[in-house]
Design a protein around this ligand. Sequence first.
Ligand SMILES: Cc1cc2nc3c(=O)[nH]c(=O)nc-3n(C[C@H](O)[C@H](O)[C@H](O)COP(=O)(O)OP(=O)(O)OC[C@H]3O[C@@H](n4cnc5c(N)ncnc54)[C@H](O)[C@@H]3O)c2cc1C
Length: 434
Amino acid sequence: MEPVIVIGAGLAGSEAAWQLARRGIPVELREMKPQKMSPAHHTEYFAELVCSNSLRSDQLENAVGLLKEELRRCGSLIMACADAHRVEAGGALAVDRNAFAAAITEKIRNHPNITVVEGEVTEIPAEGNVIFATGPLTSENLSQAIGGLFPDSKYLNFFDAAAPLVTFESVDMDSAWFASRYDRGTPDYINCPLSREEYEAFWQELTHAQEAEVHGFEDAGVFEGCMPVEVMARRGLDTLRYGPLKPVGLKDPKTGEEPYAVVQLRKDNAQGSIYNIVGFQTHLRWPEQKRVFSMIPALKNAEYIRYGVMHRNTFLDSPRLLDRYYRVKGQERLMFSGQITGVEGYVESTASGCLTAMELSRRLEGKPPINFPRETAMGAMALYVSDPSVVNFQPMNVNFGLIPQLGYRVKGKRNKNAEISKRALEKLAELDLG
Ligand SMILES: Cc1cc2nc3c(=O)[nH]c(=O)nc-3n(C[C@H](O)[C@H](O)[C@H](O)COP(=O)(O)OP(=O)(O)OC[C@H]3O[C@@H](n4cnc5c(N)ncnc54)[C@H](O)[C@@H]3O)c2cc1C
């Protein structure tokens, strides 16, 4: 059998290659790293997490928790490695990013059905089945080639920001404490309190600090989930205190009271030697990040492993171009997976890679397609992305709004969501996931 060409060994591409290979289908996985790195990728590993080390909620009352569970049931490599390398993060699934990516890389490289070919792909392969999983930072050459496939359409884009990482030993633990909000679960976060005066001085500097130049940047183009902290701060003096600096449920053991504002740090590796500043995606200039963030007392001498950065995030106008299996309408040998399709986030990208590969395997085996129903998170996302009635298409995190309601009343939002998840998993169980 001719190998399926998968371009890009990120989250979507690694998952797609794995799903094909485990069904006996040969795969040629083409990845430009380490010869060429995107502005956000830094290691030679596959499935590199470019920003947060959190894959978000792991609970079935949350849509991304449901998506994870569906992926586990589909035999997902990404989920298996995430579960194996998790670090404590309350109800979220956060991972030791390097151990996680190293485990995926090893599994992929050692699979007998996968051949890894290094180097940038610059043209559309002329023959065979091809999955493009080159992500939001698809290299310029390939981006142009993809653009040529759709002369009547255009790429869409917005901006994404990444938060800085600091070393644990540089955090002043005399000014901070470990706890989870409302003391629920294990005390996984470092909480850095600010008094009213400290908060207002910080806000003042943050809203006036110098930003790095990002060509063509407009506030309107920023994805809400990745909004730079300085952009959010400019919305009002208290906006951050209702957002990432919310003090609710965090009592300072020194005073027994909730501080005026709290910055939280989340563990970024299993050893706990690196932490990320939660919600501090930013595109301030690096010296400005150091200056302004050092106004947070516990971070006054923080040592930065990586500063926050901002990048263009490119995606297709998928509702007009792709079908529910992420195939190009009218050119079904070409498929797209991951963030480039307009699904947003690590788990969503993984899920689209998984679905594309499962569907392609079925086709190659001469079987009818698997139609993930709209009641499942995987199905709902694919149907949204390929829905031609969506006019102003924007990247989308998975959410319960994409899934049909139950049709009967359940008291309380959490109970209702749990019931929707239960129905989704029952529907999934009816499919032949082979
Ligand atoms: C700055 C930034 C911050 C982000 N922060 C978060 C976050 O905190 N949480 C979250 O859930 N999501 C975040 N995202 C979104 C994130 O990119 C996706 O969730 C996820 O990485 C997408 O997976 P993917 O497989 O589609 O692409 P990627 O994981 O980016 O993988 C694409 C792969 O393709 C390779 N490639 C690109 N072009 C070529 C080529 N021409 N030839 C060969 N190989 C190529 C790349 O090297 C890369 O390995 C962020 C994105 C950016 C840009």
